[in-house]
Ligand binder design. Structure first.
Ligand SMILES: [Zn+2]
Length: 365
C-alpha cells in the first residue's frame, strides 16, 4: 500500500480543488510514492500527534487543519508549527491535510454535525461559485455510444443521485481534410459530410483534464471537435455551511440540551433565546461567523458554529439564536468521518483515531 493510494481515496472524497484560495490542503510533508505503514486521523497535526503516529508504527497523519498554513521562513523549532514539521521530517512521517475542501461538501464536516442532530432536508448555506462546466462534443453516429461511455466513466454526467446524464442530438457535420491529414472518413482536399451526434454533459470543473483525455482517446477523429462552457449553475452539494430541519420542532432550551449532549459540550455561548420553537437549524463547523447573514436569510431558528466575536453576536437581532459551541467541539466528529472512509476503502489496513486531545482551549467551570 502506497501513501498515494490513500491520498487518492481522500481526494475522491473531497477534491483538493474545492479548497478555499487561502487554504493549504493536500500533502504537506512526505513522499506519496513510499509505502504506508499505517494512518492516524486527527484534527491537528501537532508534534504530539506525530510522535503518537511514530509510536504506533504509522507513517501518515491525516489531519483536518493544515499545520503549515501561512508559510514558513525558518524551521528552528521555536514554535509548535516548526516543531511539528521537524518531528514529521525527522521520523519520516507524511502529513496530509483535508481542510476547507472537506468543509465545502454537504457530506463533509457539516454533514457529520447534521448527523449528530438528526437533521433532514439538508442544503448548502452558501454555494461555491464556478464549480460546474459543460462539455459538447461532436461524434460520428456509430461511435457516439463509445464516446459517451468514456465520458461517463471519467465522471461526466453526474447530477445528485443521477449518473450517466447526457443530452444527444443528431445532425450533419462537415469538414475538408487538408494536406498531411489522415481523416477517419473522407478524402484529402474534398468536403466531407457525415452523420454526427452532439453529446452534452455537465461535470465538476476539476474533472476537466480527465474528461477531455477520456473523450479524445475514445473519439475516432484526428481533430476532436468539442466546446467547454463554464456554467453559472450551483453544484448543490458544494459550498459552505448547511441548513436542515429537525424531525420534530422543539423548544429552545430542549434544543440547547440536545446540542450539549450530542456534542459532549461543557458550555455553549449563545445569543438571547427568541421564545420560538426550533425547527430549521443552520450550522458550520469551525469559524463560521461569515455565514450568519446566510443563516438569517435562509430562515434558520438556530445557527451553530464557533469562534464568534462579541460584536458578531449582535447580528442575531432576535431573529435566530447563534450558538458558539467551540471550534474543536464543532469539528470533533470529522475524525470519525475520515476513519470511516478509509476503513471502508481499506478494510484490512491500520487506520487509527488519534488519542491525543489537541484542543488548546480549556474551560474552568
Ligand atoms: Zn477548523
Amino acid at each position: 500500500m502506497k501513501i498515494a493510494q490513500i491520498i487518492k481515496v481522500l481526494d475522491e472524497l473531497a477534491p483538493s480543488s474545492y479548497q478555499e484560495s487561502y487554504d493549504n490542503a493536500g500533502l504537506i510533508i512526505g513522499n506519496a510514492a513510499l509505502d504506508c505503514t499505517g494512518v492516524i486521523c486527527s484534527l491537528d497535526a501537532t508534534e504530539e500527534v506525530i510522535l503518537e503516529a511514530k509510536n504506533k508504527g504509522c507513517n501518515l497523519v491525516v489531519a483536518h487543519h493544515p499545520i503549515i498554513f501561512n508559510g514558513l521562513r525558518k524551521i528552528t523549532g521555536k514554535n509548535y508549527v516548526e516543531r511539528a514539521v521537524i518531528a514529521a521530517i525527522k521520523n519520516d512521517i507524511a502529513l496530509y491535510a483535508i481542510h476547507t475542501n472537506l468543509d465545502n461538501l454537504l457530506q463533509g464536516v457539516n454533514g457529520k454535525m447534521a448527523d449528530r442532530l438528526g437533521l433532514n432536508n439538508r442544503k448548502i448555506l452558501l454555494h461555491k461559485q464556478n464549480t460546474l462546466m459543460k462539455l459538447y462534443t461532436f461524434v460520428p453516429e456509430k461511435d457516439a455510444e463509445k464516446v459517451r461511455e468514456a465520458i461517463f466513466k471519467a465522471g461526466g454526467g453526474h447530477i445528485g443521485n443521477y449518473s450517466e446524464c447526457s443530452f444527444n442530438i443528431k445532425g450533419a457535420g462537415t469538414f475538408k481534410p487538408g494536406a498531411g491529414t489522415h481523416p477517419h472518413t473522407g478524402e484529402v482536399g474534398k468536403r466531407e459530410e457525415t452523420n454526427e451526434e452532439k453529446i452534452e454533459v455537465i461535470f465538476p470543473f476539476y474533472l476537466k483534464d480527465k474528461l477531455i483525455n477520456a473523450m479524445t482517446k475514445a473519439h475516432p477523429y484526428e481533430e476532436v471537435a468539442y466546446d467547454l462552457i463554464a456554467l453559472g449553475n450551483y453544484f448543490l452539494e458544494v459550498g459552505s455551511g448547511l441548513i436542515g430541519e429537525l424531525k420534530e420542532e422543539m423548544n429552545e432550551i430542549d434544543f440547547l440540551q440536545l446540542l450539549k449532549t450530542k456534542f459532549n459540550l461543557k458550555v455553549i455561548r449563545h445569543t438571547p433565546l427568541t421564545g420560538r420553537k426550533v425547527k430549521k437549524v443552520a450550522l458550520c463547523g469551525g469559524a463560521g461567523s461569515f455565514l450568519i447573514k446566510n443563516a438569517l436569510s435562509a430562515g434558520a431558528d438556530f445557527y451553530i458554529t464557533s469562534d464568534v466575536k462579541y460584536h458578531e453576536f449582535f447580528d442575531a437581532e432576535d431573529k435566530l439564536v447563534i450558538a458558539d459551541i467551540g471550534h474543536f467541539e464543532s469539528e470533533q466528529f470529522t475524525i470519525d468521518l475520515l476513519c470511516d472512509v478509509l476503513n471502508l476503502n481499506f478494510p484490512t489496513f491500520a487506520v487509527l483515531k488519534s488519542e491525543v486531545k489537541t484542543n488548546p482551549v480549556n474551560y474552568f467551570i
